[in-house]
Design a protein around this ligand. Structure first.
Ligand code: PEP
Length: 254
């Protein structure tokens, strides 16, 4: 499967001209990469201006949010139909920064299911806030998966993407990121949980990304030793040469 390199721009940059510049440069430089899919997720307000017109096998647009209703009296929300109309292909759901603002697993599940219903690909973020030596935190990851994926049918599985983002590893110095070996262990745990939900064959089809202080210095470890199917990248995704280098690196790794 092609590696997925997803850039989560969060609330950056703060003007459209800069957003267009970053997108254009990244697109130009990843053209021709065969083994990787690059996704940028800009702030919602820029999606229309950055819309690609049609989907592309190398470069796609992702959203950072969605609402579970298509239309109606829901001030400030983003419809899945609007995302579809703008040729958005991926939607980040359950990011820890949204969970911190009060988003719960039930809402995450509603968002995830509506995204699946409209043929978009949800990137479901899971991860513990803290790690304890006894491994109790694993129950938290399991619950996030089980609740987030409730009532998802097997036939939708091919659209799913999971991002394992330990919350303590996000926004840190890269030396404080997860290690590739530990990522691999947690990805196996996630795969096992997915397997109990959808069966082993289906679970195998779901890409599991690593996210949390990925930089050009530590990315290779996650993609090789850690066997990550891709990366969810925050700050480094706004530094054009570094993000392009991440995509090229992923493109080389089989
Ligand atoms: C994120 O918030 O999804 C993230 C991975 O951020 P950073 O790479 O900046 O840690």
């Amino acid at each position: 499967m092609k590696k997925l390199i997803v850039g989560n721009w969060k609330l950056n940059p703060t003007n459209l001209a800069e957003a267009k510049k970053i997108q254009t440069k990244i697109r130009q430089k990843v053209t021709g990469l065969r083994n990787v899919k690059v996704v940028i997720c800009p702030p919602t307000a820029y999606l229309s201006a950055l819309s690609l017109g049609r989907s592309n096998s190398i470069f796609s647009l992702g959203a950072q949010e969605v609402f579970w209703k298509e239309a109606g009296p829901y001030t400030g929300q983003t419809s899945p139909l609007i995302l579809k109309d703008l040729n958005v292909s991926f939607v980040i759901i359950g990011h820890s920064e949204q969970r911190d603002l009060g988003e719960n697993d039930e809402q995450i599940n509603l968002k995830l299911r509506v995204v699946l219903d409209y043929g978009l690909r949800p990137i479901l973020c899971v991860g513990e806030k803290e790690r304890d030596d006894s491994g109790y935190y694993l129950a938290q990851i399991k619950r996030q998966l089980e609740d987030g994926l409730e009532k998802v049918s097997k036939k939708m599985v091919k659209q799913l993407v999971i991002a394992y983002e330990p919350v303590w590893a996000i926004g840190q110095d890269q030396r404080k990121a997860e290690t590739p070996t530990s990522f691999l262990q947690h990805a196996l745990f996630i795969r096992k949980t997915l397997s109990s939900l959808f069966g082993p064959a289906e679970a195998q089809k779901i890409p599991i990304l690593y996210g949390g202080s990925v930089t050009i210095k530590n990315a290779e470890g996650f993609l090789t030793q850690g066997q990550a199917d891709g990366l969810l990248v925050g700050r480094e995704s706004l530094i054009i040469p570094n993000f392009v280098a991440l995509a090229k690196l992923a493109n080389q790794i089989k």
